[in-house]
Design a protein around this ligand. Sequence first.
Ligand code: GLA
Length: 337
Amino acid sequence: MEFFTLENKNGMKLKLTNFGGIVSEIHVPDRDGTLADVTLGFETVEEYQDHNDAYFGAIIGRFGNRIGDCSFCLDGTYVSGLHANDGKNHLHGGKRGFDKVVWDAEEISGDGFTGVKLSYLSKDGEEGYPGNLQATVIYKLTDANEWVIEYEATADKTTVYNPTNHAYFNLAGHAGPSPLDHELQINSEFYTATDDGGIPTGAIVPVAGCGMDFRQAKAIGQDVDEAGVVSSRGGFDHNWVIDKRPDEFALAATAWDPKSGREMKVYTTEPGVQFYSGNFLDGSLKGKGGTVYQKRSGFCLETQHFPNSPNIGHFPTTTLRPGEVFKSKTVYAFGVR
Ligand code: GLA
């Protein structure tokens, strides 16, 4: 296992390890050009191996977020026995998901970017999923201050695939003041309602008039407690349906820290984004530089297909068939305002 540090012509830096494809540092300039590391994480691979229960910076697979009751029906075959690691449900790929495996890594570069190509063969039956799945994830850092993620995969049996990245952000710096005063705008009119276990029921609910409404930018903290009441999930931890055409590469969300001026725009080909306000962080994790990560000290914008899709026929499909090539792209673009 090793670390790679990418640097662009503006001095922006991104550090990652091939353990879990974890991005451990992202150094971004503020409006005065001062760099800060805006992602939560640890310093060593050992810490990520031992206690990255929060999934800091990691690739999530085979399936981002939850699958209800650890089972689903796929082309008439009942797939059961996914690992139950969230009550009776399956979360983020199971016991040893893509966040905990060692990826093959190859450094790459091209016009205006440097990067790392990560590859992993997930064997037939791994964590209960059918088919050998050959997955690649390319991380690029561009001279336009973008972190680009390109996912590809093929499988030799019909299976499901829904990868994402679980980076936590605080645009004031990972050790900085709470991001609850960041302004967030989500390009979405609907979210997928869940049961008390965070499993989408299939209902697609308008955000209008409730705390889930981020059509206009507002502070993350403004309605965070109301969201907890609405959903029993203790804050924002939901999938928003991005207002775009299928496969269109479009803006999903914009986060902005008024104090530092740092802004992050999230673009994706994916139909959904899980906005998670770091509700389960509780001060028990000590990260980089001894920073203690308190409740809601970082937030995630995980681009994805909707959680529990294999059980909800009218959600965009996560089925991957032999002969098909899965492709997905997400960009976190940093700037100042
Ligand atoms: C996701 C889930 C949350 C939680 C975090 C990790 O965002 O939706 O409920 O599991 O990952 O702590």
